[in-house]
Ligand binder design. Structure first.
Ligand code: ZN
Length: 147
């Protein structure tokens, strides 16, 4: 876990400061707003979902470094993925950040570093907000809250 811990710092700093996919894609057909009242993290996600694949996606919003880094890495990962791949990864990611399973970097890639938040229950919602918001966008519910 020590390697993961170092990588955690690195990924949170890097993606928290320079989020990828910040800004909305020109064309989009799904969107959702996410809100984490515990921390005050807010984001809006817009997605172009076609042929069962996320073609493009981007987000805007304000939040702590963890929520921003999570949105950045989530959007980076989700591009080109199918609905079932997204559901499966969200499940693995959620289990890793809540400490229900050991993070497997082979399965999770860079997302494995977020398992570091399992020690800080308040932070779990920061890490999962973007994922809940992606699900809400694809489900057409339009809103996600971590409560
Ligand atoms: Zn937060």
């Amino acid at each position: 876990m020590d390697d993961l811990r170092d990588l955690y710092q690195e990924v949170i700093l890097d993606h928290g400061k320079n989020p990828r996919n910040f800004g909305f894609p020109e064309k989009h057909n799904c969107e959702a707003d996410g809100y984490n009242p515990l921390c005050g993290d807010q984001l809006t996600l817009k997605v172009q979902f076609e042929d069962d694949v996320v073609q493009k996606l981007g987000f805007e919003g304000q939040g702590c470094a963890i929520s921003t880094a999570a949105a950045s890495t989530m959007t980076e990962w989700a591009k080109g993925k199918s609905r079932s791949e997204i559901d499966e990864m969200f499940k693995l990611f959620h289990e890793a950040v809540t400490g229900k399973r050991d993070p497997d970097p082979d399965e999770l890639g860079k997302l494995a570093v977020f398992a570091g938040v399992a020690e800080y229950p308040m932070r779990v919602k920061c890490a999962t907000l973007a994922w809940h918001t992606l699900e809400a966008a694809l489900n057409g519910t339009g809103e996600a809250t971590t409560e």
